[in-house]
Design a protein around this ligand. Structure first.
Ligand SMILES: Nc1ncnc2c1ncn2[C@@H]1O[C@H](COP(=O)(O)OP(=O)(O)O)[C@@H](O)[C@H]1O
Ligand SMILES: [Mg+2]
Length: 256
């Protein structure tokens, strides 16, 4: 579904992604793991066709996605109806007058009929526990509710590839569990970024680990990564403390 070949990207001459190679198959659940600043959001934006590689290639279902591809409005429409992204901050995504309109927006853009839209919006509001806010303006919602609303809005168009940028950050544990269950029930491909090692096993089966030098350090099953302390230290995901405690030196690891 996705293929990225020898991809590099930088801002103002500063490298943010270095020689990235990866393939993602339909229905895979990929966790993009790494500390702040390693390039997770940038890689997701490339997969969402918002920014383009400086060198290397990004293919979606065999099509090379670059600025030329988007010059054709039909191509843009087709890509945008298949690939969606939940941004790290939900506020930037919410701009409609009511919660209902927010979820309906994408389908209205796609010229679906209002009856179909109404059914889909009501189903999603119900699933996400937002029915009571149907007529409220999105800015009145709490951080976690906004996050759920933004997710409902992107799922409304039944996308195939869903890119989620640190979606758990604003959610309380109960809502995190609900969102994880919901994503698992959907017949979609997901790439979910997180800087939180302990969340990774819940978010997908495969983990791609980015280093602070913006390269892929690991790509595979989460369990083998969790047992590879050396790699986790290298990625700065765990660290070693040295306490001086009653004159006994003791070293431990903790995950955060
Ligand atoms: N629009 C931008 N202009 C300049 N630098 C940016 C921009 N967006 C991100 N960066 C820089 O790129 C690096 C990687 O950012 P990002 O992809 O957001 O990492 P992550 O999501 O893993 O925290 C950071 O050092 C960040 O400051
Ligand atoms: Mg980020």
């Amino acid at each position: 579904m996705v293929e990225i070949k020898n991809l590099s990207f930088g801002y103002n001459g500063k490298t943010i992604l270095r020689n990235i190679n990866l393939k993602i198959s339909e229905r895979e659940r990929v966790v993009l793991l790494g500390v702040n600043g390693c390039g997770k959001s940038t890689l997701l934006k490339i997969m969402n066709g918002l920014i383009f590689a400086e060198s290397g290639e990004f293919f979606f279902r065999g099509l090379l996605i670059n600025s030329d591809y988007f010059k054709n409005p039909e191509n843009r429409r087709s890509f945008r109806s298949s690939v969606v992204m939940l941004f790290q901050s939900p506020d930037v995504m919410l701009f409609n007058p009511t919660v209902y309109d927010e979820v309906a927006f994408g389908m209205r853009q796609m010229k679906k009929d209002e009856k179909e839209i109404k059914e889909r919006v009501e189903e999603l509001l119900n699933t996400f526990g937002l029915t009571k806010y149907r007529e409220s303006p999105p800015f009145e919602l709490s951080g976690g509710e906004k996050q759920k609303l933004a997710l409902a809005a992107i799922l409304a168009i039944r996308p195939n590839l869903v890119l989620l940028d640190e979606p758990m950050a604003n959610l309380d544990p109960k809502s995190q569990g609900e969102v994880i269950d919901l994503l698992y029930e959907l017949d979609i491909t997901t790439v979910i970024s997180t800087h939180n090692l302990s969340m990774a096993p819940e978010l997908g089966e495969r983990t791609i680990l980015l280093s602070e030098s913006h390269e892929i350090l690991y790509d595979g099953e989460i369990n083998s990564l969790l047992n590879n302390e050396e790699l986790l230290i290298k990625a700065n995901l765990v660290h070693r403390h040295r306490h001086r405690h009653k004159e006994i030196d003791h070293t431990h690891y903790h995950k955060h």
